[in-house]
Design a protein around this ligand. Sequence first.
Ligand code: IMP
Length: 498
Amino acid sequence: MAQIIAEVSRTFNEFLLLPNRTRTDCSAATVDLRTPLVRHIAGEASAIELQSPFTSAIMQAVSTPDLAIALARNGGLSFLHHNQPIQGQAAAVRQVKNFKAGFVTSDTNVRPDDSLSLLVDVMRRTGHSTAAVTHDGTATGRLLGLVTSRDFHPQRHDLDGPVSGRMTAIADLAHAGSDITLSEANARLWDERLDCLPVLDTEGHLQHLVFRSDYTDNKRFPNQLVDAAKRLRVGAGINTHDYQERVPALLEAGADALCFDSSDGYSDWQAQALTWVKKHYPEIPVGGGNVVDGEAFTFLAEAGADFVKVGVGGGSICITRDQKGIGRGQASAVLDVAAARDAFRERTGEYVPICSDGGLVHDYHVALALAMGADFVMMGRYFARFDQAAGAKLPTRDGFVKEYWGEGSNRARNWQRYGQGGQELVFEEGVDGYVPYAGDLNEGLALTIAKLKTTMVSCGSKTLPEFQATARLTLVSEQSFQESHANVTLRDTPATVS
Ligand code: IMP
């Protein structure tokens, strides 16, 4: 007969943290959220350390270049999804690696003989008021001039007339060569009283625009996750089917870390694929998963995984448990795998970080996952709500929603993630739906980070290792869970201050 695991499968809602003594030197300002991403000698630093413990899910609806850029600027890491052709994913990696803070690829471009009315349409579509006039109307064409919404008035100027009649021609424009740094560009913007400085290559083709308004914006991101050349870091998802072709293309494009993406990583296929990557590309960190117990963690760690992702069936869009009866409560899974990671460290002297993936519903669940031993978390629903995620933003009666769909849904049909036999999805393991729209990632994540830091302060911890070592958790009863929530009739209009 089957073996029955005595311990009940528990999830985050069943736990609360107890406050520990907070010393005077422990405050939100002194909390350090750095955490290791990849395998390293215990007691030494990891080759890649996240500046904040967040990664975005390997999903079509979530990890796009825009989101990867925003998350890396906030110290975390995206794993760009692999449910696309190899060259498309490699191009997405390149887009993140080529991002230069403050150096914007122009998205509002016209030809000199385009009409002003077309220019108005383009500006309305992009929401930007400065357009590059290039010989072919592309972002990298030869720059002929700039035209802004201040250069013409719909009532005063003939909108059928050409853009060239109102643009400032290149001969009268300040511009810079491609070797200019951001601080040099900023100095010129102020010294020469410019709003925008075009950056050109030696043939006069437009490369970037630098705006005065963006420079101040860059100062908002002191914890960016960057490589030795100061380029943002980006990860990429891979699968056990086409890795021999996909991995070299992703490395060529500059990916900083890879991760096998599988709904069940406890398999010989994943071990073989990990061994192959480690043999051919020993320098690139590669994660494995997903697993839910110590035995599976040890299997992947021994096969060479540089980190291991934990979670089966807990994702917000996941119906694997309904469909197949497979999975484990996320809290039990993280606690069990964390214990195996610590045992592996004792036995081998190597620390293999673990990631809690999926099922994080409230901000405080992040703190619980980290306290239970996760080195970092991966989230799908959370990031899908932001402007930078792939899903369309749609109006509803009560506001806006964003589309969010699982990799195992009919919309994504990511058969490589689900071993259902053959090259197709036989049945769905994910749903296709909506999540509440939450605006800009930068603002949303700042709030989550603020909550995480204050939770750590209450627990008397200035670092994540300290938090893991000293956190005290209590199980909650149904009644104490009720007690956790507000118990008054809520005001439905904002309070006014008199
Ligand atoms: P969430 O943060 O709760 O939305 O969970 C995201 C995680 O769910 C991902 O990182 C994957 O591990 C997992 N996942 C993604 N798509 C599916 C699916 O279609 N079915 C089941 N799990 C999924």
